[in-house]
Structure formats: C-alpha cells, structure tokens
Design a protein around this ligand. Structure first.
Ligand code: ZN
Length: 431
C-alpha cells in the first residue's frame, strides 16, 4: 500500500511522461502492460477468453478485464477519463515570422487561460505520419527542449494594461511562438521534423503537435500540500483510473468486466473518431462482448446492467474568489473526491449512480465532496453526459479538486490523488 505522497509523486511522473494525448495513451499502455495487460490492435482480432486486454487508438485507450467464467452479458464497471488538455497546436503550414524573427503558427486547442502560455519555455509533442518503404508510419515525437517561447509585451508598451483594463490577447496575433531568427522559410518546420525523426523532410506527410511547458510538476506548499503541474485536467483522473485498474486486475474478480476508457478530444466537445460523443466507446464495449461469443442482445443486456464513473477534474473553492462558488457546496483541496451534480444534467449523476459511488468511497474510507454550480452560472461539462446519453448507461460524474483549471500550470491537492484512486479501486472491486 503506497502512501498519499507516493501516489502524488507517481501522478507527477505520469503527467511529465504525457505531454500530448498520444503520449498519455502510450504511458497508460506502458503501465497497464507492466500490470499484465496484453495489447490488441484496433484492427486485429480481439480475444475470446478471460484476461486483461488493452487497445490504443491515437490518444484514446480502452482496457478491460474479463474474469474467468464471465458470461458474455456480464455487466461492465466502467471508468472514463480524458487524455487531452488545452494547449497551442502547430498549424499545417506553420512557418511564419515578423521583424526578423522566425515564428511558428499555432492554433488554440480547447479553452486555455491564454495568459498562462506566455513567457514559458515550451517543448513540442505529438504524432507525425511519415512515409516508409512499408507504407505510412505514425511516430510519436517529443522535443523536450525549450524550442518555443511566446514573450509577453513589456508592460511599458501595453497602454491598455497600464490603464487597468487587463491583458487582452488576440490568439491569431499575440500567441505566435518565436523559435529562431531570420526570414521565415516555408518548409523549414518539416525539415526540422525530419531531422528530429531521422527521415527525409519529403517523407514527413502530416503532424498533430502541441506545445507544452518544459517545467515538470512538483509538490508545493509549506508542507507539500499541493501538486503544481500542467495537465492535471484530466491526467489527474486518468492516472487514478489506470492505477486503480492495474491494482484490481490481478484480484479474483467478481462477475463483472472492469473497464477503462481514456478519451481524446474532451476539451473540444468530444466529437471525434475516438471521442466520448460518438461511436468509439460503444464499439469497444460491443466488440469485447462479440469477441467472447456474445450476441448483440447480450451486449445490450450487459450495458443495461453497467455503471459508468466519469472522472474529470473539478473546481476547488478559490480563496481569492469565494463568491464565484456555491456557498453551501464549498470544495477543499485534499478534501476527497467530488461528486458533480446538476439539475439540468450538465453532469450525468443520478440518484442510483450517486449511491453506488458513495458505497465505493465508504469501502475505501475516503470522504466525498459535492460540486454544484452557483445558481445562474453554467460551468463546463464533461464526458459523463455523452456516455450516459450515447449508450443509455447509468453514469456518475466525479473528479478531484483543482484550482487554475485550464492554466498551463494547474494546482491540485497532494492527498487527493490517493483518495480518488482508492475510491475507483473500490468501485472496480466492491466488497
Ligand atoms: Zn477535463
């Protein structure tokens, strides 16, 4: 049994290994493989028997544990989380520049706090498709060097800000990272990618690359109460989910299939080939039943008896802005996992699933907090309602507390990762 500090440090390692959704899926795969899972290809034949299985599709991952003797209609206990985070993504023809500075065109991905991307030493990570004699190959790429930087305008030159009007940033004009000096050179970026990957520039066909802050995560605060890191939303819950599944996978299982879905593209609304608001998850679940000899009817029966815990980060009460929160539902860092409720079902939590999660938290011995929007405020949604609606699967939305959500550097509690992990573990292995 690891202690809370070890879990927080392990979370930091997980996040530092995951600068892009593709890297996050790869890191989750690495950890699950170490825990005895066997990888199957999305386009391969799927296993017909019991065991621990995992498949990766771009930045998304599906893992499932079939106990010995499980019927094809055995229900799922499913955890969902997401691998993507708001960032700046490199445009297809990025080579640009101004005033003798070579720059890289980027597009805003999701809803970042734009100011937080200024004055950071940025690396690049993602995937690149290259031509090889054997056909197209998708390569993961991580440039862990300070190759990019978006310098903020000096305060002396920002009349608006000096007048107290706040910082105004036009994403097209003001967020273009600089990376060298000289005239822009069309094709230079592809040359750079080719050199990084050891291939000819002409064989670099396409890329999805995001910027990330090179500063790694750390414990912070007087007594190391906090985790200060990029991408806590939602690698915090992805890490807890992977850790919980890996921990229970070897136990003699009850008669349900423990499953994990890590989705890409939550931050842009989940509509994509592997997002939560589409066919992808249903396809994975159904294939896992059909491969075991089940029928469509047995798949639908399994889903009908299933429960989904959607795990995504939530807002702790901000000490400098307590008025932005619902006063009767204050949320503390290190106060334990949060159940998210919304009368208008911005969160999918319903009474039955809420109760199921309470049982899991009770079994794990961890406290539960509640997030409700301040009346009249509509905050973000998450994967929970999409999975609930798309599959007609009862869902509870939970998460860990964080501040500065969607900043390039967020802040969480150092005790919360272990508590959420313990609750998810109990959900997958009820007493
Ligand atoms: Zn999130």
């Amino acid at each position: 049994m690891t202690n809370a500090r070890d879990t927080a440090l392990d979370l930091i390692e997980f996040i530092d290994a995951s600068p892009s959704p593709y890297h996050a899926a790869a890191e989750a795969l690495r950890r699950l493989t170490a825990a005895g899972f066997t990888e199957v290809a999305p386009d391969g034949g799927w296993p017909s028997g019991a065991g621990r299985h995992v498949t990766v599709d771009g930045g998304s991952l599906f893992a499932w544990v079939v106990p010995d003797g499980a019927a094809p209609h055995a229900p799922f206990r499913l955890i969902g989380a997401h691998t993507d985070s708001p960032t700046l993504r490199v445009k297809p023809r990025p080579d640009t520049g101004s005033a003798g500075v070579r720059q890289l065109g980027v597009e805003v991905y999701g809803g970042p706090l734009l100011n937080s991307w200024l004055d950071r030493d940025l690396g690049l990570a993602g995937r690149v498709v290259v031509r090889t004699p054997d056909g197209l190959r998708t390569r993961l790429l991580r440039v862990h060097r300070p190759v990019l930087r978006v310098p903020q305008l000096a305060v002396h030159l920002d009349q608006d800000m000096r007048a107290g009007n706040g910082l105004k940033l036009d994403p097209q004009q003001h967020l273009v990272p600089m990376w060298s000096l000289g005239q822009p050179d069309d094709g230079a970026f592809k040359g750079f990618l080719g050199a990084e990957l050891g291939v000819q520039a002409g064989d670099v066909l396409s890329h999805e690359l995001v910027t990330y802050d090179l500063a790694g995560g750390t414990l912070a605060g007087l007594n190391e109460e906090f985790v200060s890191s990029a991408r806590l939303d939602d690698l915090g819950c992805s890490h807890a989910s992977v850790t919980a599944l890996a921990a229970v996978a070897g136990q003699p299982a009850p008669q349900h299939v423990s499953a994990l879905a890590l989705f890409d593209n939550e931050e842009i609304g989940s509509v994509s080939a592997t997002g939560a608001r589409g066919a992808w998850l249903g396809r994975q679940l159904e294939r896992s039943v059909l491969a075991r000899g089940g029928t469509r009817e047995e798949f639908l029966r399994a889903v009908g008896g299933s429960v989904h815990v959607s795990a995504d980060m939530s807002h702790a009460t901000h000490p400098n802005y307590p008025d932005r929160h619902e006063p009767q539902h204050q949320i503390a860092l290190n106060g334990g996992p949060i159940v998210k409720m919304s009368a208008n079902v911005l969160y999918a939590t319903e009474a039955r699933t809420h109760a199921a999660f309470l049982l899991a938290a009770e079994q794990a011995g961890v406290p539960v907090q509640y997030f409700v929007n301040r009346s009249g405020v509509r905050s973000g949604s998450t994967i929970g309602p999409y999975v609930a609606a798309g599959l007609a699967m009862p869902t509870v939305d939970v998460g860990n507390p964080a501040l500065a959500m969607h900043s390039a550097r967020e802040l969480g509690g150092a005790a919360d990762p272990a508590m959420l992990t313990a609750a998810l573990r109990a959900f997958l292995a009820p007493a």
